[in-house]
Design a binder for this molecule. Structure first.
Ligand code: ADP
Length: 178
């Protein structure tokens, strides 16, 4: 069964996806992760996406939709979790078309609801591994050794868009567009 995870930034979409991947062997398609990988590899897509991500704005629909279409094409028939897509009505319509073309279905759409003061607290204390992207939280889900990733031993850093000012814009963007 294919799943769509909805919810504001910091709701735990990535954390829940990781559990589903581990326990149910599903494939995670995270638009945020795909963009961060593109930025790391300094591709044209990454450079374009970074302009919007650093400001807490959504990357334009056409760019995101192409990227997801490619990710779905690459997926070799395993059940997938969409984490962070769709976030706009245009993206939702594009997803329906893509699924239709491939004769695929979404079995469940899960909405993770979290109060906004809790989101701000979670996002400011979130730390991610520079190497493998695993997510930790200084308060709720700390790594065993401070600043070091439990999975791969990489360095834990704060995401550029997890600075308080950018977080506020991300939450507003979510309210307005998603
Ligand atoms: P979060 O859900 O915490 O905002 P993500 O890692 O999912 O974090 O997304 C980080 C950023 O990537 C977003 O702020 C946005 O700029 C961009 N992004 C991710 N998914 C989408 C999407 N579906 N549409 C537009 N922009 C997106």
């Amino acid at each position: 069964m294919n799943i769509v995870l909805f919810g504001p930034p910091g709701a735990g979409k990535g954390t829940q996806s990781a559990l589903l991947v581990e326990h149910l062997k599903m494939v995670q398609i995270s638009t945020g992760d795909l963009f961060r990988a593109a930025i790391k590899n300094q591709t044209d897509l990454g450079k374009k996406a970074k302009e919007f991500m650093d400001k807490g704005q959504l990357v334009p629909d056409a760019i995101v939709i192409d990227m997801v279409a490619e990710a779905l094409d690459k997926n070799s028939g395993s059940s997938f979790i969409l984490d962070g897509f769709p976030r706009t009505v245009v993206q939702a319509r594009a997803l329906l078309e893509m699924l239709d073309r491939k004769s695929l279905k979404v079995g469940k759409a899960v909405f993770l609801e979290v109060p906004s003061d809790e989101l701000l607290a979670r996002l400011t204390s979130r730390r991610v591994c520079k190497d493998c992207g695993a997510t930790f939280n200084l308060i709720g889900m700390p790594s065993k050794k401070a600043g070091i990733c439990d999975n791969c031993g990489g360095q834990l850093i704060q995401r550029d868009d997890d600075k308080e000012e950018v977080i506020k814009t991300r939450l507003k963007t979510y309210e307005e567009s998603t």
